[in-house]
Design a protein. Structure first.
Length: 100
């Protein structure tokens, strides 16, 4: 399920970024481009910083001890927060741009 969800998340981030850039191009509104940049930033954050940890956690024959799992989750948590904050900030930018 995770593999399907991650592919969908990337596709939605790219689509939302393209829509934000197109809206910025048409209107010149700065919130559109800022939102687009924030939204596309979740892709490299995910691929470079979160996916390697997820791969270790989801490996079926990893043989990781519970202490190692806890350590990996402690690394994963702040990285996921950064991604979540970037996504939410993008949402707020788009919301401000639409109301402006």
């Amino acid at each position: 399920m995770y593999a399907k969800a991650s592919a969908l998340q990337i596709a939605l981030a790219v689509t939302g970024t393209i829509a934000g850039v197109a809206s910025w191009y048409q209107t010149g509104g700065m919130y559109w481009i800022v939102g687009a940049i924030l939204l596309i930033s979740v892709v490299p954050i995910t691929l470079l910083f979160i996916k390697p940890i997820n791969d270790q956690l989801l490996k079926p024959d990893h043989g990781i001890e519970s202490e190692q799992i806890v350590a990996l989750l402690k690394q994963w948590n702040p990285r996921h927060w950064v991604r979540s904050i970037a996504s939410f900030a993008s949402f707020l930018c788009y919301l401000i741009a639409m109301s402006g």
